[in-house]
Design a protein around this ligand. Sequence first.
Ligand code: ZN
Length: 214
Amino acid sequence: MIKESDLQAEQASQRKVVPAGDYYMQELKAGQTLRILDLEGNQAADTLFYSAADPSERYSAMDTIREQGNVYLTAGTKLLSNLGREMLTITADTCGRHDTLGGACATESNTVRYSLDKKCMHACRDSWLLAVAENEQYGLTKRDITHNINFFMNVPITAAGGLTFEDGISGAGKYVEMRAEMDVIVLMSNCPQLNNPCNGYNPTPVEMLIWDAA
Ligand SMILES: [Zn+2]
């Protein structure tokens, strides 16, 4: 569902451009709104959320999909935790569809899907592991890396029930926005994948903007 935001970029309290292949890790307080802006289009932002109070409570694709009765995420979606609590609500979306089934790229899956010599290519899972190692203050470890959201990524379900990676439906300047319903840790890998069309074979930067509660 396409829904524009009323928020003005000039009034954001924080703005950060994240290059492809880099990560973003930031605490978001309840009531703050986060926008992920696809600067050049066709990018994928692989994102995990944790409760800041207790990171063992984290985003759950299963609970979110089951409760909304829809496999795609868009404006109006409530992102639920593994305890069934609301973590964030998607409040605006100019892309219209986001994936939470496809998972993130890893050197292991690159090897299986593409070829053995892709093992050395940088992947989202590496960025998350680096983020966790460089930000010990959040208390996360390798075992906390779980199921994620691929913002802007187009992974349609086929008539036969399969999943396919398709060309993105996002474009330059499209964004998705979500309001935190509890204090959360945001961990986003700006995907460096070069072997499938999730980035249009050209990974590009995204911008992260935060607005304080009105
Ligand atoms: Zn990736």
